[in-house]
Design a protein around this ligand. Structure first.
Ligand SMILES: Cc1ncc(COP(=O)(O)O)c(C=O)c1O
Length: 382
């Protein structure tokens, strides 16, 4: 099956009892045993649920994986994946990882005795040098948020494997439609399904996918033991969202690229960070390892906070909100919104300046999005 067919059919055969074409929402906490010693396939919804199983089979196939595990949020997926490791183990993490991953590593994993180092993942020598005998994980994100740097997943996975560590990739930004890290050598892929996979800004969810039987066995155990699972209704909604993932991703990508090109040529914009633009420093790498660029990108407005605020406040179609990957366009200001928790001098060092703005471009008519920006930029002092 090809991707678009899998998005609709993988894991989802008509219900054998009544023939329902859409997977039913098995809204039940428990399942009747056939007899005291014969529970059937499902016994309790933390351990397994038919709606969740259908979603997990679909996610596994979309990511070229053998097994997928669904979780209540992206962070629940990340936390459960990290529960495989022990005090004394070491993790090398991209220094531009999602803020929630940074918080998980520094305020939850480090106090549990897991050693964490943050490195620039565009500097492969630095990552190689950061590997220690006890390194168990290289935690990768590409592109990064909000600076949209693209890192070489295959090269980083090779470094991880040389050191006997797992390569884990957060593939939330591109979705499996545009990038499949397992095919590039990763051992585990995680997603916030809250974003493109669900795509309608009405669910929080997460997942982890692997090709490795030993990892799958551990994650199956941890999913049940830790218990951070999604309910069947959320699984149904994510599955419904996935059916249009290919169509949405194409529309997100086309709209985002059109706006990125418009902004790059605009006199009130200093610089656009979009891997699909030839001006992007990793444009060639992005073309090599992914099939597209998604709908999220960032740019610097000429000036500072007042100019950025003038733009944010004058847009009509863009809600000011964190998150990304929904059908509607959003705009956010990393300086005070997503990246406020990063100390101010760290933010400046990273390039998260007071004139940086991130957009998640929806699937509206692109002409309306461009007109909205054109009009709002007129309110920005030149
Ligand atoms: C790249 C990335 N990974 C993980 C997460 C966490 O996902 P959730 O908010 O579903 O817990 C997010 C959320 O913004 C994200 O952007």
């Amino acid at each position: 099956m090809r991707f678009r067919t899998k998005a609709i059919h993988a894991g989802q055969a008509p219900d054998p009892q009544h023939g329902a074409v859409m997977t039913p929402v098995y809204q039940t906490s428990t399942f009747a045993f056939r007899s005291a010693e014969d529970p059937g396939e499902f016994d309790y919804s933390r351990s397994g649920n038919p709606t969740r199983k259908a979603l997990e089979e679909c996610l596994a196939q979309l990511e070229s994986g053998q097994r997928a595990f669904a979780f209540s949020t992206g962070m629940a997926a990340e936390t459960t994946v990290m529960m495989q490791y022990r005090a004394g183990d070491h993790v090398v993490v991209s220094n531009e990882c999602y803020g929630g991953t940074y918080r998980l590593m520094t305020t939850v994993m480090q106090p549990l005795g897991i050693e964490v180092s943050f490195e620039d993942f565009n500097d492969l020598d630095a990552v190689r040098a950061a590997m220690r005998p006890n390194t168990k994980v290289v935690w990768i994100e590409s592109p990064t948020n909000p600076l949209m740097k693209v890192v070489d997943i295959a090269a980083l996975a090779a470094i991880a494997h040389e050191g006997g560590a797992h390569a884990i990739v957060d593939n939330t930004f591109l979705s499996p439609y545009f990038q499949n890290p397992l095919d590039l050598g990763a051992d585990i892929v995680v997603h916030s399904t809250t974003k493109y996979l669900n795509g309608h800004s009405d669910v929080v969810g997460g997942c982890a996918i692997t090709n490795d039987e030993a990892i799958a066995a551990r994650l199956a155990h941890l999913q049940n033991a830790v218990g951070a699972v999604p309910g069947p209704w959320e699984c149904f909604l994510v599955m419904r969202g996935i059916k249009t993932l290919p169509l949405r991703m194409e529309a997100h990508q086309a709209n985002a690229l059109a706006l990125a090109e418009f902004l790059e040529a605009h006199p009130k914009i200093e610089r656009v960070l979009h891997p699909g633009l030839p001006s992007h420093p990793q444009h060639e790498l992005a073309k090599r390892q992914a099939r597209g660029n998604g709908g999220t990108f960032s740019f610097y407005v000429k000036g500072g906070k007042p100019e950025a605020y003038a733009l944010l406040d004058n847009l009509e179609l863009f809600s000011q909100a964190v998150s990304l990957g929904g059908v509607e366009s959003l705009i956010e200001y990393p300086w005070t919104m997503t990246h406020l928790a990063v100390p101010e001098d760290e933010r400046r060092k990273m390039g998260i300046a007071a004139n940086l703005v991130r957009v998640s471009i929806g699937i509206e008519d692109p002409a309306d999005l461009l007109e909205d920006f054109d009009r709002a930029l007129q309110a920005v002092k030149g």
